[in-house]
Design a protein around this ligand. Structure first.
Ligand SMILES: [Zn+2]
Length: 139
């Protein structure tokens, strides 16, 4: 299991996104958490002029302010989640298309043996920088 976080602007709506990948049998389970703090703050700021422009009562101003926020914030969140889902699905499909390289039992033994080349199994000396048989760089 590994986890990574990055700052990513998709419509400038995402403050950050945290993705967790987990292997479950032969499947990969991907979970992500999106933080929308910036979008929320921008939404509030963009809706503030309602209090100056709207000529109705303070109650009406508050209602319009809340509706405007719900629409702007809500729609952006929904669109972003839909886009993210699509992106995650296509990324996962790409990962699963590429099968991991298979390592034979014989090769596993070479890899754990410091006196053999990882690639071909030829006997090597600790001072060798390249395998005398297959020419791969040793390190
Ligand atoms: Zn070799």
């Amino acid at each position: 299991m590994f986890r990574f976080v990055w700052n990513w602007n998709l419509l400038k709506t995402i403050t950050f996104i945290e993705i967790t990948l987990k292997e479950k049998g032969t499947d990969i389970v991907l979970k992500y958490r999106i933080n929308f703090t910036e979008l929320f703050v921008i939404s509030l700021l963009l809706s503030l002029p309602v209090f100056y422009i709207w000529s109705g009562s303070i109650g009406e101003k508050i209602i319009i302010f809340l509706i405007q926020n719900a629409l702007f914030y809500g729609l952006n969140v929904v669109i972003t989640i839909l886009r993210c889902n699509r992106l995650m699905r296509s990324t996962l499909a790409d990962i699963q298309e590429h099968e991991p390289p298979t390592v034979s039992k014989e090769q596993q033994a070479w890899i754990s043996d410091a006196a053999r080349c990882d690639a071909c199994g030829h006997a090597i000396e600790p001072r060798d920088k390249i395998c005398p048989d297959c020419g791969i760089r040793l390190g």
